[in-house]
Design a binder for this molecule. Structure first.
Ligand code: GCO
Ligand code: MN
Ligand code: MN
Length: 390
């Protein structure tokens, strides 16, 4: 029998060069895996099977100090690997955090030359992404923050960031790149505090942009959990605002440093409701696993890690279907929903007559408060479905 959890490119699962290519280096220790070239990383992803595409920062592909001949050679090897494996480039982004020039921010730096360099570097990186057909362009402001608010006015920092995004939207339009920009929030790491700590902050910020239609968000599980927030609700806010342009899937223990674990490996129940949300709302974008394998992993285990991300997603997708079709679940959901088109339409659109009618109504608070809400039973049934008990 065919494996029901085998991924296919139709599932739009993607990985970054920096994730499967991660060497295991951390702040306390040296690499535990050899550094692979971009083409070798693509070949590794080809071995994983069922992957849709690959994403990169400009300098994951072309080192910051590469000569133009070196850049051409790397790009042509990368393009050959993409053809060999039938993988495509889905998303591109800029590394605006690694170089010491960005130690106090990129677009938000106090230094006008650093700000100009950040915009220049992003334009070049957009050119590179477009050369490989990337459709989504992510902005993660890894250094856009502060350790001390003595260093700069945070309102001025927001203005600088806004001016950069407005300018880069124009650049994409003028070049005909057709990018959709996706802004990625994170509360901290590597800065003590980052200026756009949650997806909600970006959803508000986008409304202040000159080209707000082409800008959405790229929420990441770990980032919202680092802030102690419910990721499912953050994604719901993005979906509801029609701004879910991309998503970074991984996992994270609450209250810990940035861990980037395999999708679904820590908070299974949150992962379940997340997959259910994405599938219920027919999210059609890329599902990017911004995670990396344990530092103990070798090449074969990195492949298992990548397979595991996709497999867990697909198992949870199947669980979500089962949940929605489950008799007990349906019965309880039917019992708790008390629809009334008449009541809803009374305040669905405002009119003085509606307001008068509503003001004149009396409500039976005791009856409302005494209706049964068997959420313990519903949640236990959810857990049993998740645990594989029929
Ligand atoms: C992190 C971020 C990054 C970004 C990447 C794309 O915590 O380091 O999640 O991995 O997603 O830089 O912009
Ligand atoms: Mn992250
Ligand atoms: Mn990310």
């Amino acid at each position: 029998m065919a494996d029901p959890y085998a991924p296919s490119p139709k599932d739009k699962f993607t990985f970054g060069l920096w994730t499967v290519g991660h060497t295991g280096k951390d702040p306390f220790g040296e690499p535990t895996r050899p550094r692979l070239t971009p083409a070798e990383i693509v070949d590794l992803l080809g071995e994983v099977e069922g992957v849709h595409g690959v994403n990169f920062h400009d300098n994951d592909l072309v080192p910051i100090d590469a000569s133009s001949q070196q850049a051409d050679q790397i790009k042509s090897e990368f393009a050959r690997a993409l053809r060999r494996t039938r993988l495509r480039v889905a998303m591109a982004t800029t590394n605006l955090f690694g170089d010491p020039a960005f130690r106090d921010g990129a677009f938000t730096s106090n230094d006008a030359e650093v700000r100009a360099y950040a915009v220049h570097k992003t334009m070049r990186a957009m050119d590179l992404g477009a050369e490989f057909g990337a459709q989504v362009y992510v902005f993660w402001g890894g250094r856009e923050g502060a350790e001390t608010d003595a260093s700069k006015d945070p309102v001025e920092a927001e203005d600088r960031f806004r001016r950069a995004i407005d300018f880069l939207c124009e650049y994409s339009i003028e070049r005909g790149y057709g990018y959709r920009f996706a802004l990625e929030a994170k509360p901290n790491e590597p800065r003590g505090h980052l200026y756009f700590p949650t997806t909600g902050h970006y959803l508000a910020f986008i409304q202040t942009l000159a080209h707000k239609d082409m800008v959405g968000v790229n929420p990441e599980v770990a980032h919202e959990h680092m802030a102690g927030l419910n990721f499912v609700h953050a994604v719901a806010a993005a979906i509801s605002a029609d701004k879910l342009f991309h998503i970074d899937l991984n996992d994270q223990e609450f209250g810990r440093f940035d861990q980037d674990y395999r999708f679904g490996s820590v908070n299974l129940k949150h992962a379940f409701f997340l997959v259910k949300l994405l599938e219920d709302h027919k999210y059609a974008g890329y599902r990017h696993f911004d995670a990396h394998a344990y530092r103990t992993a070798d090449r074969a285990d990195v492949i298992e890690f990548a397979r595991g991300c996709m497999r867990t997603y697909l198992i949870l997708r199947e669980k979500a279907r089962r949940w929605s079709a489950d008799d007990q679940v349906r019965r309880i959901l039917k019992q708790v929903a008390r629809p009334s088109k008449d009541l809803d339409s009374l305040w669905g659109t405002y009119s003085r007559a509606h307001a008068e009618t509503l003001l004149g109504m009396t409500f039976d608070r005791v009856a409302m408060a005494s209706r049964t809400l068997p959420y313990e039973r519903l949640d236990q049934r959810t857990m049993e479905i998740l645990l594989g008990v029929d």
